[in-house]
Structure formats: C-alpha cells, structure tokens
Design a protein. Sequence first.
Length: 195
Amino acid sequence: MEIIISLIVFVFLFLVVINYMRKLHLDAIHFNLLDLVDAIGGQVLRKGFLARPVYHGAYKGIDLTINYSTERSQKKRRQYLNISMAKTSDNNITISTDEWIQGRDESSSTIFEPLEINGDVKYVIRKPRNVTYLKKNNKKTFKECIKNLTPFTYMYFGQNGLLFERECENIALCTKHPNLENIIELLYKITQTLK
C-alpha cells in the first residue's frame, strides 16, 4: 500500500513540476510580448493559466498577429514562431526551405526554384504568376529583407496576407525585444516592396 501511495505522490509531484516549468516558459513569452506592446502597441491575450499568449495589434496600420505552434517531427518536438500581417497582394510569392516543402508534399518541389540566400541554397521560391513582378518591384530591397530574415521556415505573401514562420529552439528567446520588432519591420518592408 505504501508503494502505491508513494507512486501516486511521485506522479502528482512530477505533474506539478512539469506544469510549473511550462508556466514559467509561457510567462517568459508573455513578458516578451508585453515588451512588444510597449514598443508598438496592441494587446496580449492569454485565456488561462497554461494557455499560450497571443499578440494582436497593428504595425504602421497593418493588422498583426503573433503566436506560436509546435509539432512532432522525426521524433523531435519542433517549435515555430508564427507571424501574420493582414496586408494582401494580387500576386502570390512563397519562399521556403527545401526541407519544409519536401516534408509537406514531395511533388510540389517541382514548381519551386532554388533561391540563394547568404550563400546558402537550402531555400526555394515559388515565383508569382506575373514573372516580371519581382523585377518591377524593388528586388534589391526584397532580397535584403529576405537575407536579414533568415533563418526561417517559410514566408507566403499573397491574397490571404503575409504569413511567416520561423523554427525556434526556444520560443522565449525568439520573442525577445527588440529582435521580434526587427522581424516585424522587415516583414513590413516586404509588404511595401511587393505591392
């Protein structure tokens, strides 16, 4: 009987410690997002004790949402920082790592072309229907922004707005100020470059 009670106490304490560690991690993210609120305005929403904080606001007049997601891939838990901006474009452009595209749909990689960023060719681009789209718009500014955003998982800009995802080892470090604000500024520049 003592063994069963000890086992129950151990499991209970283990769950308490795990939840406490998770809360500390979520609190760190929450405080980072509050730093962003101090810098650019907006609000942080958190529905409960162990709920993920989500940022909603606007940056230079464009609605902005920041949250994060996780997935189990190749026996590893991956964390992603997700940023969306409600600025739309008539042309769609997608940039991603080749690995991410291959992991989603192997046949889709045939419609992507290699894109060299910082001397690395792990990225691919699906160019817009209008081939001259990047040429007519400020291609140099666009490439400079993309270079400064690396590493990232994917970026989509089109009729549904701008979606950006970056894999992070630790979301609390990825959301620190001013790094997060710098990412938002670069994404804003892309929305202005590719109108």
